[in-house]
Ligand binder design. Structure first.
Ligand code: SF4
Length: 327
């Protein structure tokens, strides 16, 4: 007769099929998101509720709802902000006209634009001042792209969304170009687009450093690192979160089926049929509490065994605006 295991599974555990969870790291909040949320919380602590926020501070409903509960009011445009209350601009950045309009109205505003987005803004300004036309690689309609286009006069930038756009674009002065990119793009797609631009316009000026931010690159690399070992991947993030959508694409391109979910309730257990190892990651605007919620929900149907696969350790922290440092 075989030896019995030291701790025999309970009846409930024995009935649940096994599921190995491979949890990517880094995942979830980046330094820019962390700073933006802190700015809203500290503004409420210092000035009292309500504090208005123009656009979702970061693209995550859970975060937005938590801040609403603390006294934040989210609006899309500045003219929805009443006189006399503080207003915060989101992490994605805003066109120059927005702080100018706030100042003209005498509004007290705090800018939660991620410093890495602000860096792209300053580069755009300088390039246009130097007489260069910018080919901007990004996704039309995303608030970060709207904010960056709003740093330069109309006509100063042309949007390049795809490799086909890069093949087609016909600038007036091909010898006087520069390119910049959105911070949350796919590293691989962007490399392809930039290679086309460099081949077509050998004199094009590149940004000083990489515009795709460290958090976006690290989260994509972490997904690539675990992809081959996973039968499927869940990405926790919002449908309007650019970096979360890119994580789904990275997993799928590596041959792993992937789904974006916002909360545990969206897990489709039929989709998990036959999956023995499930990868889990979270976009830069998704809090860790949602990762735990997903793991706990999976544990109601499976005997889960968790393992974290860390590809790089992040230590980035961004300074708060001086006016809030003592709040
Ligand atoms: Fe900043 Fe990158 Fe985070 Fe966007 S994803 S807030 S650019 S660190």
């Amino acid at each position: 007769m075989p030896d019995l295991p030291h701790s025999a599974p309970t009846d409930t555990q024995a009935a649940l099929p096994p599921l190995a969870l491979l949890i990517a790291a880094p995942r979830g909040f980046c330094a820019g998101v962390d700073r933006a949320i802190q700015i809203v919380e500290l503004a409420i602590a210092k000035h009292g509720a309500p504090v208005y926020v123009r656009h979702e501070i970061v693209h995550n409903k859970y975060v937005v709802d938590s801040l609403k509960a603390k006294g934040a009011v989210f609006v899309e445009e500045l003219d929805e902000v009443p006189d006399g209350v503080p207003v915060v601009f989101s992490a994605h950045g805003v066109p120059k006209s927005v702080p100018a309009d706030a100042a003209a109205r005498g509004l007290y505003y705090l800018d939660a634009t991620c410093p890495l987005v602000s860096k792209v803004h300053r580069q755009a300004e300088r390039l246009v001042e130097a007489g260069r036309h910018i080919l901007f690689v990004g996704h039309g309609g995303h608030p970060e792209v709207i904010g960056t286009f709003g740093q330069v006069p109309d006509g100063g930038m042309t949007l390049i969304e795809t490799a086909a756009d890069a093949e087609r674009v016909a600038p007036a002065d091909p010898d006087n170009l520069a390119f910049l990119t959105q911070t949350t793009l796919s590293v691989d797609d962007t490399a392809e687009v930039i290679a086309i631009l460099r081949a077509r316009f050998p004199a094009i000026q590149a940004p000083r450093g990489e515009d795709i931010c460290y958090a976006t690159s690290n989260r994509q690399a972490a997904v690539k690192a675990i992809g081959a070992a996973c039968d499927a991947m869940l990405v926790i993030g919002a449908p309007n979160s650019s970096n979360s959508l890119r994580l789904v694409e990275v997993a799928e391109r590596g041959g792993t089926k992937a789904r974006l979910i916002q909360r545990a309730a969206e897990i489709d257990f039929d989709w998990l049929a036959g999956v023995r190892t499930l990868g889990i990651t979270a976009g830069a605007s998704a809090p860790e509490v949602l990762v735990r919620e997903v793991v706990d929900h999976l544990a109601t149907r499976f005997t889960v065994e968790e393992r974290e696969a860390e590809s790089v350790r992040e230590t980035m922290v961004f300074k708060l605006p001086r006016s809030l440092e003592t709040a």
